[in-house]
Write a protein that binds this ligand. Structure first.
Ligand code: ZN
Length: 240
């Protein structure tokens, strides 16, 4: 531990952290946080449709391209530690060994906050499975009886990414983050996702929408925003 603040992002597939949390990552990286991003899979089967239209595509080639795209995006966002666990997708395989591996990451990094997917997603079963997995690992990392003597995890807040179709996933934005100062970094990261070009403008519209909503709920001039759903109650010193 260097005394530097940290954050942990648990992403099911290798592009999710870009669309859903790129602004939060870039913003906190600019403020000195060491952000760890774990891509549990590459999304090589389920989120690489454009790649699969290329003749001769293989799982290994799809993974290599997805790794390259995510690495370039992470560079724009200022990610301190980008990890690829290659657990497969559609369906993702979340073993007990992987759970304990994530517990180790929690304890080693001691994140100030955690980002992961929505709790429900009727269009994508990997996403909520990863949220459950990330939450379970967080709880094990807090358990004093797990590897006694290691520093246990405190109580980092957990914020859930905006899913692709929020209403169908019972997800509500309870936190709106102003990402206007880092929008150019997020857009540059988005443009690294050449296999999913159809989503570039979609997620730009989402950012504008959340920005307008953030401005409406504050007295601030905000153009671009990211929405999150907070899992736990916020503990505050004053209400305003
Ligand atoms: Zn995904």
């Amino acid at each position: 531990m260097t005394g530097r603040k940290t954050a942990l992002v648990v992403s099911a597939h290798s592009a999710d952290f870009v669309w859903r949390a790129g602004g939060a990552i870039a913003l906190h990286a600019e403020h000195g946080y060491a952000v760890t991003v774990i891509c549990l899979s590459f999304g090589e089967r389920g989120e690489s449709a454009k790649l699969w239209r290329q003749p001769g595509m293989t799982l290994e080639r799809a993974k290599a391209e997805r790794r390259q795209e995510a690495s370039a995006a992470a560079g724009h966002l200022g990610v301190a530690d980008l990890q690829f666990w290659d657990l497969g997708d559609y369906p993702i395989t979340l073993s007990e060994a992987s759970l304990y591996r994530l517990v180790e990451v929690y304890r080693a990094t001691q994140p100030a906050f955690v980002l992961s997917h929505s709790s429900k997603d009727i269009y994508n079963h990997d996403h909520p499975a990863v949220t459950e997995f990330a939450q379970h690992a967080r709880i094990v990392a807090q358990a004093h009886g797990h590897k006694p003597g290691q520093q246990v995890l405190g109580a980092p807040p957990v914020f859930l990414f905006e899913p692709h179709q929020p209403e169908q996933c019972d997800w509500k934005p309870t936190v709106l983050l102003d990402i206007t100062p880092v929008w150019s970094k997020k857009r540059a990261a988005i443009e690294c996702m050449t296999g999913q070009e159809h989503l570039w403008e979609y997620y730009t519209r989402v950012a504008l929408q959340r920005g307008a909503q953030a401005a409406r709920n504050s007295e601030k001039k905000i153009t671009y925003g990211e929405g999150y759903e907070s899992v736990f109650p916020h503990v505050v010193e004053r209400l305003a």
